[in-house]
Design a protein around this ligand. Structure first.
Ligand code: KIV
Ligand code: ZN
Length: 387
């Protein structure tokens, strides 16, 4: 089965978004978790951007010598040299150099011609190759770049020594079919001379879908972040990409080296370091990802988990599923909870508790165990306590 390399950019693209900046010790803690998780390449920062980023890349390189550590650099001499310096202590350093290639960026941001950009890209890759064999080139805003030009620049940087060519959907503009076609075209054109990588932003909520379409079309490196953090709407969420490949392996016959049971701990650690956690309904790692509230769902789940769960929560490190007792819940779930709380009720007692429970649940967002206990004591009294 083809291998897909997981390039984690939580500490770079993720870290550069609002509310997500991390100190050096925080980056080191997160890096340890990511290495443990099994990511293949760890992008630790953008050394030219700040002294802190430089030090973080240096510290990660020193602390995790056998991990492939990447440092970002614009396609300039200063940036590439600074990245190389920060990576000096890495045993497997990767210089990741980039320049925008779309006409929109060339005209308004860089004020350069296509030829100038091509020359600068080639020069940056050649310089980076003088420091390490492992050089990645990114064509920023690839999805809004003229495809013939993108193909030409991709070939030119590979000729100059890039081993990985990343084609980011920088502004989250692409849709899966279109992105897949673009990746397929470049992958075919580069053949075995380089790995095609993808890096998707989530502006239209399509980052993971685009990433998977790209993998199906020939991309073999995926750039992603824990909890999907990153510029604006974020990057493709690592946990979603990895679990989609794992759960739907018959449709996505690829393999990663991620230890999936470590996904939730990684998500939790990140949330404790930055200023926010994933939204409750976030796939895989959100608080509600394994919570069931509707009575029909709870009943089905209690009879056979696979009726409403496609992933065993333990497979991603979530301790257990939750049955939330709220106004949509049914008798079956309430009975299960009362048993978990140590009560063995008769049918009549359960009816009584259920009646009171629905009245209460109607005006609340969900009942906690303590509230259910009060209800049980009120309705059935201590005589019903089984243990
Ligand atoms: O989104 C983007 O284009 C990037 C590149 C620097 C890889 O983050
Ligand atoms: Zn990005």
């Amino acid at each position: 089965m083809s291998r897909v390399y997981i390039f984690d950019t939580t500490l770079r693209d993720g870290e550069q978004s609002p509310g997500c900046s991390m100190t050096k010790p925080e980056k080191l803690r997160m890096a340890a978790q990511l290495v443990d998780l099994g990511v293949d390449i760890l992008e630790a920062g953008f050394p030219i951007a700040s002294e802190g980023d430089f030090e973080a890349v240096d510290a990660v390189s020193q602390q995790f010598p056998w991990t492939q550590v990447a440092a970002l650099a614009r396609a300039t001499k200063r940036d590439v040299e600074r990245a190389a310096q920060a990576l000096q202590r890495a045993k497997r350093p990767r210089i990741h150099t980039f320049i925008a290639t779309s006409d929109i960026h060339l005209k308004h941001k860089l004020k350069k011609t296509r030829q100038q950009v091509m020359d600068e890209a080639v020069a940056a890759v050649s310089l980076a190759r003088s420091y390490t064999d492992d050089v990645e080139f990114s064509a920023e805003d690839a999805t809004r770049t003229d495809f013939d030009y993108l193909e030409a620049i991709s070939k030119a940087v590979v000729e100059a020594g890039a081993r990985t060519v990343n084609l980011p959907d920088t502004v989250g503009y692409s849709v899966p079919e279109e992105y897949g076609a673009l990746i397929g075209r470049i992958a075919k054109s580069l053949g075995d001379s380089a790995i095609v990588s993808v890096h998707c932003h989530d502006d239209l909520g399509l980052a993971v879908a685009n990433t998977l379409a790209a993998v199906a079309a020939g991309a073999r490196q995926v750039e992603c972040t824990i909890n999907g953090i990153g510029e604006r709407a974020g990057n493709a969420a690592l946990e979603e990409v990895v679990m989609a490949i794992k759960v739907r392996n018959e449709r996505l016959p690829f393999q990663t080296r991620i230890h999936t049971e470590k996904l939730y701990p990684a998500s939790q650690l990140l949330s404790s370091i930055i200023s926010f956690g994933p939204q409750p309904n976030k796939a895989i790692v959100g608080d509600n990802a394994f919570a069931h509230e509707a009575g029909i769902h709870q009943d089905g789940y209690l009879k056979e988990k696979s009726t409403y769960e496609i992933i065993d929560p333990k497979a991603v490190g979530v301790p257990e599923s939750k049955l939330v007792l709220g106004k949509h819940s049914g008798r079956h779930a309430l009975k299960k909870r009362t048993e978990d709380l140590g009560f063995q009720l008769t049918i009549e007692e359960l009816d009584l508790v259920y009646e009171r429970f629905t009245l209460l649940a109607d005006c609340k967002k969900g009942l906690r165990n303590e509230e259910i206990l009060i209800l049980l004591h009120e309705v059935v009294g201590r005589a019903a306590v089984a243990n």
